[in-house]
Design a protein around this ligand. Structure first.
Ligand code: KIV
Length: 353
């Protein structure tokens, strides 16, 4: 399934400092910061007789910068310095943790989870509670990335006060740092109200899946002059409203490039060509975990679907052939219990004879 019709892995976990093996420091002065409780502990573990204590060789100066928390401000810095911004969707603890630890800047709990996780036909059915549930789970896996919660269809389109209340739920109940809403010019006032309530907002223009019934399908937007003009107006309106970033989806490369050059807000493209300030993909598309025909812009960086199918088939075959579990994969009685049990069983057999 194409992402348009969307059903569709930095090294060690927390930053473990890699320390330069040059500047001598006195480890004793830092005992309070690690698990060594006393100077005796240090001497026991690193006796001078063994070529000197750790303090002779280890510096507490980390090689390279520890990873910084991504904020709305750091996204702007990236745009200013022409550093590409990375964004992936993730919808639960494990995928969000993997995405975060791989160094991706933005984790988006997209409403595409309607299809990828919940098997709905499109994004229109997913509820606010379902979105909050998945955002909470993703939040537990994210340390450094900016966590963005996608406001589902119906949660912001009608009453602005309801929209602000619903946006606040993403922050208060689910740990989102930014909420995303679809729409350009016509959403600018609402976006200002949500930002006024101290909630950063991301925009989303071009092919906006929540408008599928209005667009008459998942179609590339901005292909004629009036479409290009509307997209430019949408982008400028979001820029002026002060969005944290704007997703530009399903538009010609040339238009995405014009928008990116025109606005100060970072643009994150999906099906919008290589000239945006960053790129986003749906996690399941990247891994070929989606069902159906992929959209033109989808690149499969791994075939996890095939890996899972192979593993599940192998398990099934092993169980059917009684090859799983092996004796090595089984727990065993302690020797004494086994001997006692043998004696009891032997007695029972003797009584039966
Ligand atoms: O819901 C989603 O996954 C999205 C991204 C693909 C931009 O909105």
């Amino acid at each position: 399934m194409p992402s348009f019709a969307r059903p569709g892995g930095w090294g060690p976990r927390p930053y473990v400092g890699v320390y330069a093996l040059h500047t001598p420091i006195d480890l004793r002065t830092v005992c309070g910061y690690n698990s060594l409780r006393s100077i005796q502990d240090v001497d026991r573990l690193y006796p001078p007789s063994r070529g000197g204590a750790l303090e002779d060789i280890v510096s507490l100066v980390p090689i390279g910068e520890p990873r910084r928390k991504i904020t709305v401000a750091s996204l702007r810095e990236k745009k200013l310095h022409h550093e590409p911004i990375t964004c992936l969707t993730a919808y639960d603890y494990s995928s969000a943790r993997l995405v975060d630890e791989a160094g991706v800047d933005i984790v988006l709990v997209g409403d595409s989870l309607a299809q990828t996780m919940l098997g709905y036909e499109n994004t229109l059915s997913v509820t606010l509670d379902e979105m909050l549930h998945h955002t909470r789970a993703a939040h537990r896996g994210v340390k450094h990335a900016l966590l963005v919660g996608d406001m589902p269809f119906g949660s912001y389109q009608s009453d602005p006060s309801d929209a602000v209340r619903n946006a606040a739920r993403f922050v208060k109940e689910a740990g989102a740092e930014v909420v995303k809403v679809e729409g350009g010019e016509k959403r600018a006032d609402l976006i200002r109200r949500i930002i006024d309530a101290e909630i950063p907002v991301a925009g989303h223009i071009g092919l906006t899946p929540q408008s599928v019934n209005v667009m008459g399908g998942y179609k590339v937007q901005g292909k004629d002059l009036s479409g290009v003009e509307q997209l430019m107006r949408d982008a400028v309106a979001l820029d002026r409203a002060g969005v944290a970033f704007m997703v530009v989806e399903g538009i010609p490369r040339e238009v995405a490039a014009m928008i990116t050059a025109e606005v100060e807000t970072p643009t994150i493209g999906i099906g919008a060509g290589p000239d945006c300030d960053g790129q986003v993909l749906v996690f399941h598309d990247l891994l070929n975990l989606s069902f159906g025909h992929p959209a033109k812009f989808v690149r499969h960086y791994a075939d996890v679907g095939a890996t899972i199918t192979g593993a599940v088939q192998a398990f099934r075959a092993d169980v059917a052939a009684r090859h799983y579990p092996s004796d090595e994969e089984s727990y065993h009685l302690p020797k004494e219990t086994r001997a006692a049990l043998d004696t009891v069983l032997e007695r029972k057999r003797a009584m039966r004879r």
